[in-house]
Write a protein that binds this ligand. Structure first.
Ligand SMILES: [Fe+2]
Length: 387
């Protein structure tokens, strides 16, 4: 009897999977992979200064490129354009077509980052509807290092850092035991030309090869991986945003502690001042569950204290909220940090996104960041995390 129920349930799930796939197949043709000249897509893009940029960690190092530019290959990011029928077909149909390309055809695993242009979406609610219609489950994880504002369902601002602040390329929550597998970004207001605000994308397959060639991945493996040390204050005691209430979405210590094991925390303590100090250790690399590749995946450089010490809007008078070490407790050499940043920036492209553009990245295959922009310019990027 029980075996019969299991067989029926399995048959039902298989039928639902086939039905969903067939439904997506009917939507094909709304979106098409761009096969034209890549230079035409990014015409007018100017080089973006990296080395010597204000407040950039390792910013003066010769490991960093002087500038980065627009993509020169249609492979990264892959570009998908919505045709005229897309607006008539609606958001749901476009999302089904997008999922057929990204997931069923394996284009996201192959390319790591995909730019979708021309979708009929222009508001946070539209983007939420698009994300909901993709067959990935949305997620909102505690313990992250970025302040965001919820705008619609699971759709949030990508980051509430000050406009002029450049954010190094990174993988979201790679310092955490739980992290989003994929991220959807939507440019709500694209910055005008010449004001900065480019979106930075990095092919992590290249960075992984750089780390292997320089023996950096081997050194982290030899020393047990990466140690992340984190401190979050209480919102009752400080004015800044690095508080456990804000980062773990809970006003109760018990609510925070319940989330710490999933974040990979191996030990934690509360200070007399109600601050939370916790640690977790992770390898510097990860095996992609679908492609089987080993990839450089960690928060070594973006969670190191020199990022926070250099950020003018972050108060580090009472210590840095995050810091990284070798897992044996040893300090990471400044030159190693500069080489990691040199590879991340050296492999980066700067994309001037337009209003309505959507970028989907596999969080392990592609890193993302942003160039600061002129304050007052209404650039706004939205984000949705997927499991
Ligand atoms: Fe991010």
């Amino acid at each position: 009897m029980r075996a019969g129920v299991v067989v029926l349930a399995a048959a039902g799930a298989l039928a639902a999977w086939h039905w969903a796939r067939a439904r997506r197949a009917r939507r094909r043709g709304l979106l098409r992979v761009y096969m034209g000249d890549v230079a035409a897509l990014y015409a007018g893009a100017r080089p973006v200064r990296v080395r010597g940029r204000a407040n950039l960690p390792s910013g003066e190092s010769t490991h960093l490129p002087e500038t980065i530019g627009a993509p020169t290959s249609a492979d990264f990011p892959l570009v998908v354009l919505a045709g005229e029928a897309a607006a008539r077909a609606g958001i749901q149909a476009c999302a089904q077509n997008a999922y057929a390309l990204l997931h069923d055809d394996g284009l996201l695993n192959r390319h790591g980052a995909v730019l979708l242009r021309g979708l009929p979406i222009s508001t946070p609610a539209d983007f939420e509807a698009f994300c909901s219609a993709l067959d990935w489950r949305s997620t909102k994880l505690g313990g992250g290092g970025t302040v965001r504002t919820v705008l619609a369902g699971t759709v949030r601002t990508a980051s509430d850092e000050p406009p002029e602040h450049t954010i190094e390329p990174h993988m979201d929550m790679a310092h955490n035991g739980a992290f989003p597998a994929r991220i959807g970004f939507m440019m709500l207001h694209g910055p005008p030309e010449g004001c900065g605000g480019e979106t930075v994308l990095v092919d992590m397959r290249h960075v992984t090869r750089d780390m292997q060639a320089q023996g950096i991945d081997a050194e982290f493996a030899r020393r047990g991986g990466v140690l992340y040390r984190k401190k979050l204050w209480s919102s009752q005691k400080v004015e800044h945003s690095f508080t456990w209430q804000r980062r773990f979405f809970s006003d109760a210590k018990a609510g925070v502690e319940a989330q710490l094991p999933a974040a990979g925390a191996r030990k934690w303590n509360w200070t007399d001042d109600d601050a939370l100090i916790f640690e977790n250790a992770l390898p510097a690399t990860i095996v992609h569950p679908e492609t089987g590749e080993t990839l450089w995946f960690n928060g070594i450089h973006t969670n190191h204290r020199d990022y926070f010490d250099l950020a003018p809007h972050i108060d580090t008078a009472d210590g840095s909220p995050f810091d990284t070490f070798y897992a044996d407790g040893g300090e990471i050499e400044p030159d190693t940090l500069a080489k990691i940043r040199g590879s991340m920036w050296g492999r980066a492209v700067a994309v001037a996104l337009q209003s309505g553009d959507v970028v989907v990245v596999d969080n392990r295959l592609a890193a993302h960041g942003r160039i600061g922009w002129t304050p007052g310019v209404p650039r706004k990027m939205l984000l949705n995390h997927f499991e």
